[in-house]
Design a protein around this ligand. Structure first.
Ligand code: NAD
Length: 290
């Protein structure tokens, strides 16, 4: 298990009050409600765009990723702080429940009560269905499914302990609506995420906790760079061509950027979505219709 590392810097315009909660202080303006969110796998790509968008929405953010991406994590923390919000880094593996619990403890201690958990961390592996290896299958389920389950359970326990409503958001995928032949195990994990999102929503509704999924389509990120390269190995298409080849099937005529997904997550993390739960919403420019 990767040992968690916490790097904290408190914005000078903010001070602690009871609960370790940070509040705007220096301006003399009325006290503003401060909300905090954890975004897993947010050193880059979609998670980074979500972390920055939620910071702009007024959230203080705990940025998480695996220790190998600590540099990216610290850079996102600095970018959030430059927006005038508080942020901490927590490097740890979401497939370990102990690590997720440690992350929530650190976030609550530094940023105050938790309001939103974005279970975004994920990995992808390319293969024909008949060639899936047991090791790949296990690794995909460890990160994409157990990581999501750990984040959902630990966040819900924290919301219940706080006696506050909370929002949980899970990274599903277009492949949770229509499986991809070259991403069979990945598609299975994302279908599990969509199903578990519904089950958690049913159980947690009585606590006022909402649980929803966001399902991106074809997003330019390190994950798709990897998928594109692996597909190129199979079909011989040059770098970037497998990614681009999807454009013709997208109604809006372009592939996606991480900020497209961040806009949906911003809505799902905010109060305007308070009567939505158990849903997994596609944000794919019109690729899969459901
Ligand atoms: P990415 O690879 O750029 O980012 C994923 C991040 O998760 C990485 O920084 C990675 O280090 C981190 N991560 C992996 N395992 C982890 C672990 N055990 N603990 C903590 N962090 C871990 O990919 P992305 O495209 O930004 O994808 C983000 C999410 O969106 C993923 O869940 C992915 O499956 C989903 N998604 C992506 C696309 C796409 O087209 N890129 C489409 C649909 C869904």
């Amino acid at each position: 298990m990767l040992s968690p590392q916490i790097f904290t810097r408190i914005n000078p315009r903010l001070v602690f009050s009871q609960w370790g909660r940070l509040r705007h202080f220096a301006t003399g303006a009325p006290t503003t409600e401060v909300r905090s969110a954890i975004v897993t796998g947010s050193s880059r790509g979609i998670g980074k765009a979500i972390a920055l968008r939620l910071a702009r929405d007024g959230f203080d953010i705990c940025v998480n990723d695996v220790e190998q991406n600590a540099e990216g994590v610290n850079s996102v923390v600095k970018e959030i702080q430059s927006l005038g919000r508080s942020s901490i880094a927590f490097c740890g593996d979401v497939s370990s429940m102990a690590s997720v619990q440690e992350m929530i403890k650190a976030s609550v201690s530094e940023l105050g009560p938790l309001n939103v958990m974005v279970a975004n961390a994920g990995i992808a592996k390319v293969s024909w269905p008949m060639e899936i290896t047991e090791a790949d299958m296990r690794e995909l389920f460890e990160v994409n499914v157990y990581g999501m389950i750990n984040s959902n359970i630990a966040a819900a326990q924290q919301f219940i302990k706080q006696g506050t409503k909370g929002k949980i958001l899970n990274a599903a995928s277009g492949t949770s609506f229509r499986a991809d032949v070259m991403l069979p195990a990945y598609s299975a994990t994302k279908t599990a995420v969509r199903s578990l999102t519904q089950s958690f929503a049913i159980e947690l509704g009585k606590h006022g906790i909402t649980v929803n999924g966001y399902a991106p389509g074809i997003v330019q990120s390190a994950m798709w760079d990897h998928i594109d390269a692996e597909l190129g190995r199979v079909n011989g298409l040059p770098k970037g061509e497998n990614f681009k080849s999807h454009t013709k099937n997208i109604a809006l005529g372009r592939t996606s950027i991480p900020e497209d997904t961040a806009k949906l997550v911003s809505f799902l993390a905010g109060s305007d979505s308070s009567y939505i739960t158990g849903q997994t919403i596609l944000v794919d420019g019109g690729l899969v219709f459901n």
